[in-house]
Design a protein around this ligand. Structure first.
Ligand code: IVH
Length: 678
């Protein structure tokens, strides 16, 4: 295909996709994509049409203001069209907007801007005649919307009669604003829909739009919609000095009985607008409703009038939006990673895309069930989502943009690292490589062995581990202890000094306590707290090796699943050999008496503790084990001899007694903090 043929095909694809999306959004109330995603495709189409004007067709989504309203409400023509806003996605684009209008009015110097929060809801146009609400309409295509007066009347923050206390009664008043659902109500509605097996609303905006277009206004009334007013139209209002600025209009709206969002600011310079935008970027997360940006308007109505409108937007306003949390991109490959436990994890490698301030190019696809559910294939255009600190994920596939020659993804039946057959046990979502000498499993287990909570070997990171395994220097964690500076020096970019340091660090790890060694073995379900509990009960590896599964399960805090996993691990011959080898190197496979335990672990020597209430993460026995390990004594009742009371939730009489005796208290967090201190 030639370049132009490719572009023609793309334009056609985008047009069809955007049309389908608008129909789903406006007519069916079942949106198929986020607005930000729509905007992105829209911009792509617009750019192509600018580049190739001959490709513009009269039915292109770029050639109309919006889409047709649905048929079941009466269509009404707006007295004044409802324009939409041009978007800016950063302060540079805001400045570009500012320069654009200034070019049109070169004599204007300093101006006032009003910054308002952009409420993520559904626009409403309200008509009042002689002070009485006579009509409420949706935006529709901006020229005509739907008459939803009955539904609008259920919104309690919309006055049915205007308060004319402040001004003379006026024949016709038009008020615009945003109807929205508070986040709490949105959550509640979705919970109910889930219970009823209905399709969930993708976000509060769709829920608000869907609610407003409910035919049964009794349902609308139950949904607790809310409304913020932001535009006032009174014919000739600036001539009559009713309001000359947006700021005054907002004040007046409030006096007339509307809810106006209290978060708006008069800014004397564009820099102030920028600051306001940055401030709300984080602060908006504390609001009980959604905002997706700041709307910036020139304050003076005179200036607004002079500037007027383009086909679709006012020139005197701009929506300064926060970065999208969802974006489309293409899957270039689906790689399969093998972890320490042998689990095969599919990973989508995608064309890099900017999301919530970071570049995203990879996302885990978890397992084959998840892949089947999404039906994701190499070559697909997908929507990736990354909200705030959340790890990026693929939320859906846009099937319309799927190339012709794709094939469903199949999980390999052989481990991509060692080539041995993989297994998927019935009832499990995970496919595993079970070859104990698989390089991927080996690398993962060594990385775990050297990690901070295990043997804590400084200087041995992921890169070095890979080198060691790939060069065949290490086939098991026990081999680490046979490394010499000489052998290490054969590695790329490894000097004599660093090699010697590494050998020292590895040797020092032999002093780590038995509980860390047990954790370092990477037995499934054995985290560091469980390892401590187990080593308390089994102070030597010999005792643990010969323990019955039911005895291990008898340890307080250790369940049947953990016990089975530990028991089975010691039954495997390769693991028994590993233990023997570790023992030969001098690694501690037994708890030491106090003299040999590092001083850091004797922090509570001679101190008596009482634990009361429910602790947030630790079970009572786990906390007890930790205190005892640090040399402390734990008793059941508070007395003068008690040094510390560890307090959890719903603490009762013990807390009162301790307070009466003036005994120091600490929370679980404080306890753990002290224990973690070097
Ligand atoms: S002013 C001609 N102010 O954002 C003026 N709009 O993306 C147009 N919106 O259709 C509207 N908060 O539904 C304005 N404080 C605010 C707003 C706001 C939310 C919505 C409105 C508009 C859309 C444009």
């Amino acid at each position: 295909m030639t370049q132009i043929q490719t572009e023609v095909k793309r334009v056609e694809e985008l047009r069809q996709l955007l049309q389908r999306a608008s129909y789903a959004y406006y007519v069916l109330d079942a949106p198929i994509m986020e607005d930000a995603v729509y905007d992105k495709f829209y911009r792509e189409l617009q750019d192509l049409e600018i580049q190739y004007p001959e490709l513009i067709a009269p039915d292109s989504p770029t050639q109309r203001v919006g889409e047709r309203p649905a048929t079941h409400f009466t269509s009404v023509r707006h007295h004044i069209p409802l324009y939409s806003l041009e978007n800016a996605f950063n302060v540079d684009e805001l400045q570009a907007w500012d320069q654009r209008w200034r070019r049109q009015l070169p004599t204007i110097d300093s101006v006032e801007y009003v910054s308002e929060l952009k409420i993520d809801g559904s626009a409403l146009a309200l008509t009042y005649e002689n002070g009485v609400l006579v009509r409420g309409a949706t935006r529709g295509d901006g020229v005509a919307g739907e008459d939803i007066t009955q539904n609008v009347k259920t919104i309690r923050s919309i006055p049915l009669r205007l308060n004319f206390g402040a001004i003379e009664p006026i024949e016709r008043v038009e008020v615009r604003g945003e109807a929205f659902l508070p986040l709490e109500v949105f959550k509640q509605i979705n919970e109910e829909r889930q219970k009823a097996g209905e399709q969930l609303f993708a976000n509060p905006r769709n829920a608000a739009a869907g609610t407003l277009r409910q035919l049964d206004s009794r349902i609308v009334a139950q949904r607790r919609l809310d409304f913020f007013a932001y535009t006032l139209h009174i014919p000739g209002m600036d001539d009559a000095s009713i309001a000359n600025t947006q700021w005054e209009a907002l004040e007046l709206l409030q006096k007339m009985g509307f809810r106006v969002n209290p978060n708006h600011k008069l800014c004397a310079a564009l820099a102030e607008v920028g600051e306001y935008y940055e401030y709300w970027d984080t602060e908006r997360l504390n609001l009980p409703y959604m905002t997706d940006g700041v709307v910036v308007k020139l304050n003076s109505f005179k200036l607004q009038e002079q500037l007027g409108f383009t086909q679709k937007f006012p020139r005197w306003a701009v929506a300064l939006k926060y970065p999208a949390e969802e974006a489309p991109t293409r899957v270039e490959n689906i790689a399969v990673n093998v972890g320490r436990t042998g689990a095969l994890t599919p990973l989508a490698q995608m064309r890099p895309v900017q999301l919530a301030g970071t570049t995203v190019s990879r996302a885990t696809l978890h397992n084959s069930d998840r892949i089947a559910q999404l039906d994701i294939r190499i070559g697909d255009t997908v929507i990736v989502r990354k909200a705030g600190e959340i790890i990026p994920e693929v939320v859906r596939v846009i099937k319309e943009l799927r190339p012709d020659d794709t094939e469903p993804f199949v999980m390999p039946s052989y481990c991509p690292v060692c080539g041995q057959s993989v297994v998927r046990e019935s009832g499990e979502a995970v496919t595993r490589c079970v070859n104990a000498s698989c390089a991927a499993i080996l690398k993962g287990s060594i990385e775990h062995w050297v990690s901070r909570d295990a043997l804590d070997i400084k200087g041995v990171g992921e890169k070095l581990v890979h080198q060691l395994v790939d060069k065949g220097l290490v086939h098991s964690v026990a081999d680490l202890y046979e490394l010499t500076a000489e052998k290490l020096c054969t590695l790329e970019r490894m000097g004599q000094k660093s090699a010697e340091k590494l050998v020292m660090a590895i040797a020092q790890s032999k002093n780590q306590p038995w509980s860390r060694v047990l954790y370092g073995l990477g037995i499934r379900h054995v985290g560091s707290v469980n390892a401590q509990l187990i080593t308390e009960k089994y102070p030597t590896v010999e005792k643990l090796e010969t323990a019955k599964q039911s005895d291990i399960a008898g340890i307080y805090g250790i369940g049947a699943e953990i016990a089975q996993s530990v028991y089975q691990w010691f039954q495997i011959e390769a693991n028994q050999i590993l233990i023997e080898r570790l023992q030969a190197t001098g690694i501690k496979l037994a708890a030491e008496e106090t003299s040999l335990v590092s001083s850091g672990e004797q922090k509570f020597a001679g101190k008596t503790f009482v634990i009361t209430g429910t602790l947030p993460t630790l079970k009572r026995d786990e906390a007890k084990a930790l205190i005892q390990k640090a040399g402390g004594k734990v008793t059941d009742s508070v007395s003068k001899k008690t040094d510390y009371l560890v307090v959890g939730e719903d603490a009762g009489s013990k807390l009162e007694k301790a307070q009466a005796l003036g005994i120091s208290q600490m929370s679980e967090a404080q306890l753990l903090e002290i224990l973690a201190e070097e």
